[in-house]
Design a protein around this ligand. Structure first.
Ligand code: ADP
Length: 450
């Protein structure tokens, strides 16, 4: 500042000296005035340069100046730089924040006071069928036409958890959305959507399952209590009593099998995946299956002239890695189904075949009634039966193939079903090579190691 005053006075003095030299007193006065005006003009030009630069507002284009204006420029440039850095930081934070919301599995839509879309993430766009760029500033009421949504949207205190179909919902692939609307800020609203299709399906399955189990238990229970009542109220002779008790035992057995299968299913579902360290000899598993099969066939064909022809093919010294009780349950379910659905005199073949790619197939083939193609994809559903009366007569629970499929999946195996009405059926479990080994090689390896 002092330098500026000194420079100004020096400029004036130089002007006055020059004027004096040229025209004495009057010359000095005139040159003093001219020097003052010149000074003012130069100062105004420098000021105008600074104003021009400030109008552009970029710190990079600051004019290079000396003196007071130079210092003012320097300070302003520093302030501008700081504010540019702050803007960049805020922009960066905003982008990170939006990227976080983009990564959310839920749909997020920000709405202004009028209900226009200010911003939405990709998931919301998919849920409601928006275009995140084109539909900005569109009224949401024009884009989401679902009556439940429109009714909830009109409420001033938001909308809590309505359910509506998603944009891509079809009859074969329904999509259900849960939608929430929360007020925030000054009249703005936050719309959240989540895909609850899987939850809904699980809930529907749970309801069906409970209804099915109740139905399956209620039937034998009703029959059983009817017999109990008869025994309590009617004077029956000994053969009649024995017949009634027989029926009661059958119903109790039916309930027992159902509970047994339900427990097996829940145990399988709740236990950790089978490891690959316990090796079970194939011969042992198939031997137990054969034992059960003979007993079941004898029971079902008792009194028939022609029993089943059961044929268990040669089994190699193979071993399967997994859980013995589960594998036995899966294999014996397939064998017992073949026996139960094949009429007396029919043939059942159980075999083991190693495939070219190292996998191996345990198969059960029967000459029973066969199954129509439309039923095959549904056979592994719980309680799905093609022949309900035959299933019940032979002690079926409708859970056998569900157990087989579950066990197969847990062991990385695949359940294959081939059947045609009138031509019998073939059920097979294809085990992956990773869960198979040659039992003889393993035994000699163990001996060498010892
Ligand atoms: P269930 O206990 O009723 O046998 P499963 O789950 O084992 O239940 O089988 C489902 C349905 O598949 C059975 O009710 C039956 O209609 C059909 N099914 C299963 N195995 C055979 C087979 N070998 N031959 C004909 N139908 C079969």
């Amino acid at each position: 500042m002092w330098f500026r005053i000194f420079f100004f006075l020096s400029f004036q003095l130089a002007g006055a000296a020059l004027g004096w030299h040229l025209a004495a007193e009057r010359g000095a006065l005139a040159c003093l005035l001219v020097a003052g005006l010149l000074w003012l003009g130069i100062d105004l030009l420098r000021g105008a340069r600074v104003i021009r630069w400030l109008r552009k507002g970029s710190s990079a284009e600051a004019p290079q100046m000396r003196g007071l204006w130079g210092e003012a420029c320097d300070r302003m440039r520093r302030l501008l730089r700081q504010s540019e850095q702050k803007t960049r930081d805020s922009e960066h934070r905003l982008q990170e924040f939006l990227a976080g919301i983009q990564a959310s599995p839920n749909g997020v839509v920000l709405l202004d006071r009028e209900g226009r879309i200010e911003w939405c993430n990709q998931m919301a766009a998919e849920h409601f069928g928006f275009d995140p760029q084109r539909d900005v500033q569109q009224l949401i009421g024009n884009l989401v036409r679902e009556p439940a949504f429109a009714a909830g949207f009109a409420q001033p205190d938001g909308l809590r958890g309505i359910q509506m179909p998603g944009r891509n919902s079809t009859l074969s692939r329904p999509v259900r959305l849960a939608v929430h609307l929360y007020p925030y800020g000054e009249g703005r609203r936050l719309l959240l959507s989540s895909d609850v299709t899987a939850l809904e399906q699980a809930e529907a399955m749970r309801r069906d399952f409970v209804a099915n189990v109740s139905h399956e238990i209620r039937t034998p229970l009703t029959v059983l209590s009817g017999f109990v009542e008869t025994l309590q109220t009617l004077p029956l002779d000994e053969p009649e009593r024995a017949r009634y008790l027989d029926h009661m035992a059958q119903q109790a057995e039916r309930m027992q099998s159902l509970v047994q299968d339900l427990l097996t299913l829940s145990r399988i579902e709740g236990s950790p995946l089978p490891g690959a360290s316990v090796w079970i000899p194939l011969k042992k598993l198939v031997g137990e299956c054969a034992h059960e099969a003979e007993a079941l066939s004898a029971l079902l064909t008792a009194g028939h002239a022609r029993p089943h022809r059961l044929h268990f093919g040669p089994m190699p010294e193979a071993e399967i890695a997994g859980i013995s009780s589960e594998l036995l349950s899966a294999m014996s379910n397939l064998v017992s189904n073949a026996i139960r659905y094949t009429p007396a005199g029919g043939q059942i073949d159980v075999s083991w075949q190693t495939l070219a790619d190292g996998r191996a197939e345990f198969s059960v083939k029967d000459t029973g009634p066969g199954i129509a193609a439309e039923h095959i994809p549904r056979l592994t559903e719980r309680f799905y039966r093609v022949d309900t009366s035959r299933s019940r007569e032979t002690g079926g629970t409708g859970l056998g193939l569900a157990i087989v499929k579950h066990v197969a999946q847990r062991h990385g195996a695949e359940l294959r079903i081939e059947s045609k009405p009138g031509q019998g059926s073939r059920f097979a479990i294809v085990f992956p090579a990773s869960r198979l080994r040659d039992g003889t090689a393993a035994a000699s390896g163990a001996r060498h190691a010892a």
